[in-house]
Design a protein. Structure first.
Length: 429
């Protein structure tokens, strides 16, 4: 099958600083160069999009010389750290913003789901927005009629379909928006990590639908996510972004290993303060520290038969409700998530937070993890709204067995990574 998307020398430049700071002079300079038939002078300058360094220019390349093709029916996963250029690339490809240099050739209609609320008019009802989006894609009313019941059933918002979407929760917004994007007649589906707003059941349902429309409908899918398990199970190819440039483009397994090794290299070779300096600023949350502790531990090596404590310190900058602090334990080589927890999993209600400095401590029970190499990924989110941290802070955890009984019974050779305590009762009957 031929390529339905061709990206050639694509670059996107932004100017940093306050709006209006010197822009009139720059705009006049650009206009004069156009009059003379010369190249834009500001396209010759600008820093690479590394948000951890100060830089020497007011201009930054959010994307720099991107080249790749996507054939029909392919599911392309796009991964990278926050600020790597993933969302900017999708916005350019969905024509939300224009490139500074280069071009994109797209064969077919594009349905995109980039941010909560994108493409919906808040004053219109859910039903009216379904027909509006279909009309934008060039579909006739009869065609939308045929898909309407399927969209509403998939989204699970039948009770609210005649309600203005400004009254929808963020989860309802995403459900209906994805239902529209996935079911209407478009050849290309572009989905940013907005699906993380939905619940686990809907995320699983959405991933299944993307795989289905690709396999059975020949639809091309571009999918941005920080969930490596989803990328590995859904995508045919992967594109790794780094500082606004393509760092890898190819097979999924090789791409995930490339990305994981790069992230692990950052965790291994930089101290925590350097990692903290690289984090994007957030209006509600500031991470101050993240540490792992074990009684009588041997440096960075932890043992199976003692508890491991994870300690997080952070500052709440503004009053907020629904903040959740947690972590994932992942197997290092595949980055397979073994389990994911939040501090409020046992709570019965969503609690408000006041500004101040907080510390959270979590304990992994002794003998929970068998001997292996793991990654601890810190996760912080605002419940059903957005992620604050998910993939930016990952620390290595090496667990070793120093007690003979596990070796005696061959635990290290059994499938799996956990040694959960199980209550047994053996009696004669």
């Amino acid at each position: 099958m031929g390529a339905v998307i061709q990206v050639e020398h694509l670059s996107k430049q932004y100017r940093l600083g306050l709006v209006g700071t010197g822009t009139l002079r720059h705009d006049l300079n650009r206009w004069w160069h156009r009059v003379l038939g010369k190249e834009d002078p500001y396209l010759k300058i600008g820093d690479v999009n590394d948000r951890s360094s100060k830089g020497t220019s007011d201009y930054v390349w959010a994307l720099k010389d991107i080249n790749f093709e996507v054939p029909q029916g392919e599911v392309l996963g796009i991964i990278g750290r926050n600020g790597a250029g993933k969302s900017t690339l999708l916005k350019v490809m969905s024509r939300t913003t224009a490139p500074s240099i280069g071009r994109i050739r797209i064969r077919g209609r594009v349905a995109s789901l980039l941010e909560v609320g994108t493409g919906f008019h808040p004053e219109l009802t859910g039903k009216e927005n379904v027909y509006l989006n279909g009309a934008i894609l060039g579909m006739k009313k009869q065609e939308i009629d045929c898909k309407f019941d399927e969209i509403v059933d998939f989204a699970g918002v039948e009770r609210y379909i005649d309600t203005p979407v400004k009254r929808y929760s963020s989860g309802m917004y995403v459900r209906l928006a994805f239902g529209v994007a996935a079911h209407l007649e478009s050849e290309i589906l572009i989905v940013d990590e907005v699906l993380a707003v939905g619940d686990v059941e809907f995320q699983k349902k959405s991933l299944g639908k993307m795989g289905e429309v690709s396999r059975n409908g020949g639809k091309t899918v571009l999918f941005v996510s920080h969930n490596m398990t989803s990328i590995g199970s859904l995508c045919n190819k992967v594109l790794v972004m780094k500082d606004g440039q393509v760092d890898f483009h190819g097979e999924v397994k090789s791409g995930l290993n490339h990305y994981i090794n790069n992230m692990q290299h950052l965790a291994d070779t930089t101290d925590l303060q350097d990692i903290l300096r690289r984090l994007p600023q957030d209006e509600y949350f500031e991470l101050l520290g993240f540490d792992m502790q074990q009684e009588e531990s041997d440096g960075d090596m932890y043992v199976t038969h003692r508890p491991i404590e994870l300690v997080f310190s952070y500052r709440i900058l503004k009053p907020i409700t629904g903040l959740r602090v947690g972590f994932e334990v992942m197997e290092k080589k595949s980055e397979l998530t073994l389990f994911s927890v939040f501090h409020d999993d046992a709570y019965q209600e969503i609690i408000p937070w006041s500004p101040g400095v907080y510390a959270s401590r979590a304990t992994l029970d002794a003998n929970l993890l068998r001997e292996a190499s793991y990654i601890i990924n810190l996760t912080v989110c605002i419940h059903n709204v957005r992620w604050i941290l998910n993939g930016q802070v990952k620390l290595p955890l090496e667990v070793r067995n120093l007690v003979g009984i596990t070796a005696l019974y061959g635990f290290e050779k059994r499938p799996g990574y956990l040694l959960p305590p199980i209550s047994w009762e053996n009696r004669s009957v």
